[in-house]
Design a protein around this ligand. Sequence first.
Ligand code: BMA
Length: 822
Amino acid sequence: MLIQKLNENWQMCINNTEEFMPAAVPGSVYQDLLDNNKMEDPYYRDNELKALKIMENDFTYVTCFDVPEDIREREEVLLHFDGIDTIGDIYLNGTLLGHVKNMHRIWEYSVKNLLKPEGNELKVVLHSPTRFIREAYEERPLEGSSDAMRGFPYLRKAHCMFGWDWGPRLPDAGIWREVELMAFDTARLDGVYITQKHEEGRVSLSVQVDVKRTGVKHTERFGREEKELEGLSWRIKVTDPEGVPVFEGLCPEEAVIENPRLWWPNGYGSQPLYHVDVELLCDGCVLDSWSKKIGLRTMTIHREKDEYGEQFAHEVNGVRIFAMGADYIPEDNILPRVKPERTYELLKQARNAHFNCIRVWGGGNYPYDGFWDACDELGLVVWEDFMFACAVYDLTEEFEQDITEEFIDNIKRIRHHACLGLWCGNNEMEMFVKEGQWVTRPREKSDYVKMYEYIIPKVLKEYDPNTFYWPASPSSGGAFDEPNDENRGDVHYWDVWHGNKPITEYRKFFFRYVSEFGFQSFPSLKTVETFTEPEDRNVFSYVMEKHQRNQSANGKIMNYMEQTFLYPNDFDTTLYASQLLQAEAIRYGVEHFRRNRGRCMGTVIWQLNDCWPVASWASIDYCGRWKALHYYAKRFFAPVMLSCAEEGILTQDTNPNAEPYEVKKSIHLCVANETMEEQNLIVKWTLRNNRSEILRGGEEAVTAAPLSSVWLAKQDCMDADTYGDYVSYECFRDGELISGGCVIFCAPKHYRFVDPKLTVTAEGDVLTVKANAYARGVEIINEADDMLLEDNYFDMNAGERKIRILKGTPEGLKIRSVYNIR
Ligand code: BMA
């Protein structure tokens, strides 16, 4: 197989302007206009509105290329697009090759007869996505989330490009993935599928090799229908993670790997990856090859009826893990900006905060290979939605054909990855369609069942029968059977936040696997500065509300603020306090779920990242800054985590003017051990006053079995001053502090904080923080707010703490705590 990349010499114009400009492929209209200074930053203030108008146009991309003889001589030459966004006509040397309108698909055309040695012209005319969905909707309404532009379900294009409750309306267009010529004789590989059999001390790989011969449409299959293919054979070579060959064979029934090194999710072991090279041969010559990394592991979802309902847990190599992670959305609304280094960096931050899983949400796109490689390497189990979210679709024959091809393209590309945890039909549709949301015709309901419970399973049976399939998120298994049942399957829990319930509500539930729950905050000031002018810096300003896509949610943040903190009197303090609010809320939930390991087996936080600078549920903002939540996550997802289920005002009656009643005060400590080793720990706790003076305390040796959570005895704290004392708790292993925190018995706004007189000094890459009194939510940033610390937004007793700087320089250090929220 010969490949000629066609990434060079592209020009682009907005149709009817005749003004061509240099363009990038892979790329997009917005990125090209920005690169040519023809457009303002669409993320700045409300420039989005101007940028959206541009998408009413059509665009032409064109390039010229020569084709060397060795390519033209092959029996077959294909023009191959890995992705076009989205509605396009493709012309080669003036001949229309086809019309496309699905960004999630691969497009290929047989072009041998059209190619010339020199001066070939490839032209792609892209049509306005906004006009398309508007006209389609006018003709026949099809409903979906009102956060996105009307008609979005009509187009197989990342839905959130038309807006979401965290995303701008910037639908963009472009040739967003690679374009190339593929030239070959006789046949090519059409996919390789590996099935692993795990036995004591060995793993056997059985391989199916799919082949397409030149000039033949259908695929022939080694290892399935056919044992042999006339004139063809294949060879496999497996190399271990150190590069040592461990198997080589010609059309083997099985490739056996002795003493296999298993792939584990982050936190349970390492992530060794084996290289598999498959070559397609004809008369001893290599026609085509497939070279990928795989991990040796078994992976499924364990479902078992139990006293509460039915367990739902990832099971890897026979071990049921507690999923700790977040939902992933497209990393940038301008897609060509998403590059492997950036994705790796983002996912590394997830791993560094002890994540072991990621859910790819169904309203974006199927992530590119860079994402999957990173998750393989970092040990992040991926929950992969098919790209359907919050809508109904028109299941015509043409649509069915189109999405089937979309599934096949993506399944074939992704299925070998070690990290692939499960396929999931869609986001939130079983639950909402059941309730009749978005449904205007009865057929839409039956089409729902057909799509997610018949068509997708049928495709998976053929192309990836080894990976677990789940019909929707949330679901209890399908057929509209209580999709959001708290006792079965996965759950999206939004009563805290969308339902305005207080954060203590989390403790009332014991979800089996919560795949979405979240809480918003503002990004940091430096990030806000990238899209505002000084006059915009008020949370209710026009620009701040343009960068808040969940209706009235800046007000919602302030409503939760009222329940928690004193009124923050300036903008920057408001941003900081909002991040603590978010972090506290999610901590409250996750710690509770981890305390109930076994019954609860997963917490996936909505959401990891942002696609532009915005107020949102993300734990890492668009500029890559860790919000308080991400630092909290590093603590509450720690493999061994000590937490405290306290009783205080917030767990009782929060009305300060209620009938006088005795506030129940107690602490109930719990160690969650998510490691595969027994943990021998020392747990200490102290009741202290607001100056951190110790009133009394306790200490206990705790043994925590692998993969378990252990409660310590509940301690009564009725003697504590409700508004002035607190409990500090710490967990030690071999003398080293590995987890800890503080609880108070009232809302922070009513707690009598004394000024901790915080100071921070730097020596090399170590910061020394000093406090004179109890300090809560201690934040340390530098002038540029570009430091990454070992820990931040933490509580501390009076005294000193050393913190390592992981990135950035300690210039212009600033420090504050909840005491400063006033
Ligand atoms: C769920 C998700 C997203 C949404 C988020 C926050 O509904 O599936 O659609 O952005 O919550 O509202």
